[in-house]
Design a protein around this ligand. Structure first.
Ligand SMILES: [Zn+2]
Length: 144
């Protein structure tokens, strides 16, 4: 699992913001798969960040969220995207793909529903419509 997969969605997007706003003050490649950097946090805080792409759990940051825990924080993501902008591009491309697939699934679902409704007899339609209306009323917490 990579850094991005290990981070929460929230950390990835906040890290993306940090990357875009150039919050990584300094960084260097410190090994084959590792980077060390300094990232400015909220207010005047600065954090020392170490990331290990091959072993994401060995990444460290001294921010309150990640210190002493084996988690991936937004500062690590910001450092990762700054050191490897292609990773940020790939991530955004993947998100775009997911969204396109999701839209496709929704359209497919809509088409299936339409087909289903068109195949119903009048009696079935009346019954289904009544059920749907009753359910709608109940969901609104308004009983008749
Ligand atoms: Zn951090």
């Amino acid at each position: 699992m990579g850094l991005i997969e290990m981070a929460s969605g929230n950390s990835v997007w906040r890290g993306m913001d940090y990357y875009k706003n150039k919050k990584v003050i300094a960084w260097e490649k410190s090994g084959t798969d590792t980077y060390d950097g300094k990232v400015s946090g909220s207010g005047n805080s600065k954090y020392f960040v170490h990331i290990d792409k091959a072993h994401p759990r060995k990444s460290t940051c001294n921010c309150p969220f990640a210190e002493g825990r084996r988690v991936v924080c937004k500062h690590m993501i910001a450092l990762y995207f700054t050191a490897e902008p292609q990773a940020a591009k790939d991530f955004l491309k993947k998100v775009e793909q997911w969204e396109a697939e999701e839209a496709e699934r929704e359209k497919q679902h809509y088409d299936d529903l339409k087909k289903y409704v068109k195949g119903l007899s009048k009696t079935e339609l009346q019954e289904q419509l009544l059920n749907a209306l009753v359910e709608l009323e109940e969901r609104r917490n308004c009983y008749w």
